[in-house]
Design a protein around this ligand. Structure first.
Ligand code: WT7
Length: 664
């Protein structure tokens, strides 16, 4: 059990890093009194508080008169009668201001080429792309699947959809053809925006071919258009009448396009994420609330200043790339870095070299990246952060998974030189933006803790019945009141939305995050202890165990039964461990290795390479109770390599434990 040890570490962690005067000076929220004042405002006048923030931070073409409608909870509506456009809030609003000719995006390609695009230029590009979408018949409310590399063009495609009120659904470029097909069907998408190839680590990898394969799997008749970015000069298959290159689609299109104003609740996007069942959930976000929170958290969490150079390393295929690449930095008027490649190419010093090259001042990345770069830096001083000039850095951020105190300290010392606060931001695809995080100019930092909720986020730790648990006791993380950037529903499945996130036993209005957490006794600081459902976090990527199990048993010629659990991993946080019963009996030695490889390749094809199990263990059966339930706790112990001390007397066939002891 990992929970008690994590709780213990919260209780024993006594390092505290107070914000220095230098970081507090001029900060957006400076000092804990300023933080507390905002919390008090939210507590005393919840509606008035959010209305004020929404008026101050969002450009409305039609002002809202109603702040929050709770009449059909948990289907909350925010700023419902207001109208706006997300792209206008990111681009048009800067025209005629000093930001007009400011660099919006510094793009660095995999191979190192750098291009800079100002706000004015970006507006022209987005508008032209929006016109190209309209010319292909794409309209407000249509769903558009985006399967793009991490390029400026990916962001332009998202912004262009938002500009005409089309709903984008970005699928990470590492997902498989089957995943693309399933998401097209679920979203009922009318178009796909993709690229011929993507460049990663010096390699040219296909993307369009995967889209073709996905469409070829069937039931994708809704797709009328495939727009293909020519990332490289290599040709790819083009289907007459359906497929069009960016060059063809943009030819002759005007660089002006009036944004389509939409109601605040109009869906801005759908983003699929893993849940506890085999089928990924299409998380639906609303325009007004999402734009508000993306903009405001740029100011609050990152304390964004006019001359900052902001860099979030997340891919646009994840929620972090939505809130803190495609929308937030633009809505806040920042200069941001967009990086196409991988942190280890051409060497593992790439991040540090890029911070120096572009004078990055706010750097936001994932613990997995930090942990792997620690390893490389310690093995080779040439790729150590010390080999680069990192004096431009002001603020560091972490996102996606718990950051262990050792990695936190290394990041703090070696990257931030003990001058840069680390904001350990806890949030989820569903929360639409940060919910629990330190504020750089206010919150005393404790390594490994995401500290306190943002003002207005009514986070708490409760038991199964929804009662608060005392500090120091573990429980379930909930948010008791709605907030503007929250998930609105699961696309096409409102019942699943209610059942997944608003447990009836807690009264039906508490948002259940799916994470366990504990608050420290002294400060009430939150620490996330990990998922409490069947969701794994592998390198900050969310994976459902059931999803991987379904993929394995779909290999019907080989697999009879499969169970998947997570185990702790020093580098990736958690690793995927699959227990497999083959139809042909238990393989050993080279045969087992070969079959394990075959199964990994199969999972990569079904879901994507990120879902490949690290360990595969074979047995003639899975450990089950006499009533036939798979003993997952036992599997988790086996996966960790623990000696089994649990009572196995209820096991139908205790002998299989030794077979399952070998990982391939
Ligand atoms: C899950 C959400 C947050 C955007 C990227 C991931 C875990 C996320 C933290 C953090 C501890 C974290 C949680 C959460 N998580 N941030 N700072 N500390 N755990 O979004 O794919 O929806 O995953 O990531 O388990 O539930 P996601």
């Amino acid at each position: 059990m990992s929970t008690p040890s994590v709780i213990e570490s919260v209780l024993v962690e006594n390092r505290v890093f107070e914000p220095s005067e230098a970081v507090m000076k001029g900060a957006c929220i400076s000092g804990m009194d300023a933080y507390s004042a905002l919390c008090a405002e939210a507590a005393t006048d919840f509606g008035g508080y959010w209305a004020r923030l929404a008026r101050e931070n969002v450009v409305w073409s039609k002002p809202f008169t109603k702040t929050l409608d709770e009449s059909n909870a948990p289907f909350y509506k925010w700023f419902e009668d207001g109208e706006l456009n997300a792209s206008a809030n990111c681009l048009d609003k800067h025209m005629g201001t000093p930001n007009e000719n400011k660099v919006a995006v510094i793009f660095e390609a995999d191979g190192g080429e750098v291009t800079k695009t100002t706000y004015k230029e970006l507006l022209a590009k987005v508008s032209q792309f929006a016109n190209a979408l309209k010319a292909r018949g794409i309209q407000k409310g249509d769903r558009v699947l985006i399967y793009m590399p991490m390029t400026l063009e990916g962001v332009i495609a998202m912004q262009a959809c938002a500009r005409i009120g089309a709903i984008h659904s970005v699928v990470f470029g590492g997902f498989s053809a089957k995943a693309v097909q399933e998401r097209i069907i679920d979203a009922g998408a009318v178009a796909v925006i993709t690229s011929n190839f993507q460049m990663r680590g010096g390699k040219e990898l296909p993307l369009k071919a995967i889209v073709d394969d996905g469409l070829g799997l069937g039931s994708c008749e809704s797709i009328k258009t495939v727009m293909v970015f020519e990332r490289t000069s290599t040709a790819c298959n083009m289907v007459e009448g359906r497929d069009v290159t960016f060059t063809e689609a943009l030819a002759g299109q005007s660089t002006e396009c009036a944004p389509v104003m939409v109601g605040a609740e109009h869906p801005l996007f759908i983003l699929f994420t893993s849940g506890s069942t085999g089928k990924p959930k299409g998380v639906q976000h609303a325009t007004g609330g999402f734009v508000l929170w993306a903009k405001l958290t740029m100011d609050w969490t990152f304390d964004l200043r006019p001359d900052d150079v902001f860099w979030c390393t997340a891919d646009i295929g994840w929620i972090t790339g939505h809130a803190y690449v495609a929308y937030g930095p633009l809505a806040a008027g920042a200069t941001q870095i967009i990086f196409e490649g991988v942190p280890t190419y051409p060497n593992a010093g790439r991040f540090w070299q890029m911070i120096e090259r572009h004078k990055c001042s706010i750097f936001y990345t994932a613990p997995t990246a930090i942990r792997s770069l620690i390893k490389s830096a310690e093995a080779d001083s040439k790729v150590h952060p010390d080999a680069s000039d990192l004096t431009s850095l002001r603020i560091l951020g972490s996102v996606g998974e718990p950051i262990n105190p050792e990695a936190w300290m290394w990041y703090y010392k070696n990257v931030g030189h003990e001058k840069c606060p680390i904001v350990d931001t806890f949030w989820q695809t569903e929360t639409g933006g940060h919910v629990i995080t330190p504020l750089p100019g206010a919150t005393p930092l404790v390594p490994g803790s995401c500290t306190l909720p943002l003002p207005g986020i009514m986070a708490a730790i409760v038991d199964e019945a929804g009662h608060d648990v005392p500090n120091g006791s573990g429980g379930m993380l909930v948010i008791k009141r709605p907030w503007p950037s929250m998930i609105r529903t699961i696309w096409g499945d409102p019942e699943r939305f209610k059942a997944s996130y608003f447990p009836a036993e807690m009264g039906g209005t508490y948002y259940l995050a799916g994470d366990g957490a504990v608050r420290s006794i002294d400060r009430g600081y939150f620490r996330i202890t990990g998922r409490i459902d069947d969701v794994l976090n592998v390198s900050g990527h969310r994976m459902g165990t059931m999803e991987i199990e379904s993929a394995l048993v779909a290999k019907t010629d080989l697999v009879a039964e499969a169970a998947v659990v997570g185990r702790p991993d020093d580098l990736t946080g958690e690793a995927i461990c699959a227990f497999v019963v083959l139809k042909r009996g238990v393989p050993t030695g080279d045969e087992a290795k070969a079959i394990a490889k075959q199964l990994r390749d199969w999972v990569a094809k079904e879901i994507g390479p990120i879902a490949k199990p690290k360990d595969i263990r074979f047995g003639e059966n899975l450990p089950k109770t006499r009533s036939g339930k798979i003993m997952r706790r036992l599997l988790r112990s086996l996966a960790k390599g623990e000696t089994i001390t649990q009572d196995t007397s209820t096991l139908e066939n205790p002998a299989i434990l030794s077979q399952l002891g070998q990982a391939y």
